[in-house]
Design a protein around this ligand. Structure first.
Ligand SMILES: Nc1ncnc2c1ncn2[C@@H]1O[C@H](COP(=O)(O)OP(=O)(O)OP(=O)(O)O)[C@@H](O)[C@H]1O
Length: 583
């Protein structure tokens, strides 16, 4: 099979820069002009020395002084102009890439996003994209120009005297060889730095997310092992890397600028032998001093070259992630019946299949409860119905149409998914509820809040409906957050509600309010509930018992108690714990 060669990171980067190429070309042209102007003072000084040695005075030197000044001003003007242009083009590209990354996240399977630690997305979208700034804004114009200056100077020195040309390049060549040694490891080293950085970012996000648990168990930051290990690992990685690199850097930064070390003795030897004039000798001394500055600047970009691959690779991994393929055209749905036909599902090939041959009919307006031991596959079934992933085998239909033929937006309108993670945005309570339907009026928001049993506590907040919830809803209790999420789902008024019942024990008073809110939410709708407490679903139209990814039985409670030993056992356990609590 013909394998397609992956494009180089630079080609990918240049592709992202589409629309800004003109800006970069102009920026490089201006940088070159700046460099050319930057060389003028060296040539002027060299010419002045020649005049002075041949008996010239102040008057002869004046035009060269003026020339040097013009060259200096030209360099400042053109390089500033070049930098401004390259930065404008760069930030347009960074904006475009960040927008594309976010747009992409809305097209990849929801499950992929849930599976990826949020620290990883933050690192890529913020840090890796920002990491392209030096490459785009500086590398292209500045590295090009910083390499061309010394090249032009070296060529000129060779033209004046090839022997002195060779002498002036000795330290540069030695410095370059040393720098290549250090650059050899840069790619893998940087890749490693990204890895430890990512582990640290994930550990920090997890640590901050779980700070309440850490505090509740009186653990200090240092005792939160994963976090502190990641921080130590990150610091140690850089210390080791710098220690390894330091000797190369020291040698390079000492050797390259000491260009006079070979130039002076060789020049003196040739001059004393009569084969080099004093004027040429002094001109070459001045010019060779102009060689090293730009070269050292160009060397600093070697690091940038090495990180391009990592940055582009991480960004491309998101941009090229497989998407859920859906048609643009809305599907025609005949009713809201849901049908699972011999569905199987695998998260990752290496973990094996988690759902096997699931067939299930869910009639509109009925209550279906998914019950079963932890890890049996209840949430997976619910998420497949909500379209978070595509099934691996079999099919799921809604209103007779395969989910794969229903645009995500259309499916999303039909389903309200109320998960246990009742995430609230750092906005007002009113805005959080209105996310259910953006065009809902204030009256509608308040009406659903009443039906969800939250109107009373919302009005008691400092600013009522205009109280800011705090990141993740941090200012509200778990039960309050759950009721606001229910209000949000109610406002959406979708015909199908998928509810992941809370596992955490809620106080009886709160539980009664939440149950009332749920029955208001689901009246006349299709309800699929992932039930963790059997008592709440005993009246369901269909109880589906899941065990190890298979349906172990389904039907109404009375039938299941007779026909499904697993359900009978679960029910007895439930009764036992309930009676235990009541005693
Ligand atoms: N995102 C995921 N990636 C890989 N495997 C997963 C993922 N989510 C769940 N699994 C695995 O799939 C199987 C079914 O999990 P699922 O969450 O559907 O079970 P569940 O019955 O809902 O469990 P619980 O009652 O504990 O929530 C388990 O073996 C679980 O480890």
């Amino acid at each position: 099979m013909e394998s397609k060669k992956a494009p180089s990171p630079f080609a990918v980067l240049w592709g992202w820069a589409d629309g800004e190429h003109g800006g970069f070309y102009t920026s490089v042209a201006l940088a070159l002009l700046g460099v050319a102007c930057g060389m003028v003072p060296y040539f002027c000084v060299a010419a002045m020395i020649a005049r002075l040695l041949s008996g010239g005075g102040l008057v002869e030197c004046m035009p060269w002084c003026a020339g040097a000044l013009v060259g200096y001003l030209g360099k400042a003007l053109f390089s500033t102009w070049s930098t401004a242009l390259s930065h404008t083009a760069t930030y347009h590209i960074l904006r475009k890439v960040r927008r594309e990354l976010l747009a992409k996240l809305s097209r990849v399977p929801m499950g992929t996003i849930l599976d990826t630690p949020s620290g990883q997305y933050k690192t890529t979208i913020v840090d890796r994209v920002e990491g392209m700034e030096p490459t785009l804004a500086h590398l292209l114009p500045e590295m090009t120009s910083n390499l061309l200056v010394p090249l032009a100077i070296a060529v000129y020195i060779f033209v004046l005297d090839w022997r002195m040309g060779l002498a002036s390049l000795v330290t540069t060549v030695v410095g370059m060889l040393v720098s290549m040694q250090s650059a050899k490891n840069y790619g893998p080293r940087w890749q490693g730095a990204v890895e430890v950085g990512r582990r640290m970012a994930n550990a920090i996000v997890e640590y901050v997310g779980g700070i309440q648990v850490v505090k509740a168990f009186s653990q200090s930051a240092g005792s939160y092992k994963r976090y502190s290990d990641a921080v130590t690992e990150n610091a140690q990685y850089y210390v080791d890397w710098m220690a390894e690199n330091q000797k190369f850097m020291a040698v390079m930064q000492t050797v390259i600028p000491s260009v006079l070390l070979p130039v002076l003795p060789v020049g003196l030897l040739l001059w004393s032998g009569g084969s080099l004039s004093a004027a040429t000798f002094l001109t070459i001394v001045v010019l060779s001093l102009g060689l090293t500055g730009p070269l050292i600047s160009a060397m600093t970009f070697v690091d940038e070259l090495a990180v391009v691959g990592t940055n582009v690779g991480e960004i491309s991994a998101i941009l090229d992630a497989p998407e859920l393929q859906r048609p643009e055209q809305e599907a025609t749905l005949s009713g809201m019946a849901i049908n699972l036909d011999h569905v199987s599902f695998t998260y990752k090939a290496e973990d094996g299949e988690v759902l096997h041959d699931i067939s299930l009919d869910i009639a509109p307006g009925t209550v279906t409860a998914l019950v079963g031991p932890s890890g049996s596959g209840k949430s997976t079934i619910a998420k497949l119905i909500a379209g978070f992933w595509d099934v691996s085998g079999g099919s799921i239909t809604l209103g007779g149409a395969d989910l794969k033929d229903i645009p995500l937006e259309q499916l999303n309108r039909q389903i309200a998914y109320v998960s246990q993670d009742n995430y609230l945005f750092d906005r007002t309570v009113r805005e959080n509820i209105r996310m259910g339907r953006l065009d809902a009026s204030d009256e509608e928001v308040e009406r659903v809040a009443k039906a969800a049993g939250c109107d009373e506590f919302i009005r008691a907040l400092d600013h009522g409906y205009d109280t800011i919830c705090g990141g993740g809803g941090g200012h509200l209790s778990g039960g309050e957050k759950q009721r606001i999420s229910i209000a949000r789902a109610m406002l959406k008024d979708a015909p199908i509600v998928i509810l992941d019942e809370a596992t955490a024990s809620i106080d009886p008073e709160n539980e009664a309010v939440i149950q009332r809110a749920i029955s208001n939410l689901t009246r006349g709708k299709t309800l699929i509930v992932i039930a963790h407490r059997l008592g709440t679903v005993a009246d369901a139209d269909n109880i589906v018992v899941i065990n190890e990814g298979r349906i172990a039985g389904q039907g109404r409670q009375e039938e299941l108690l007779k026909q499904c030993p697993l359900y009978a056992q679960m029910w007895n356990t439930y009764l036992g714990t309930r009676d235990g609590k009541e005693e």
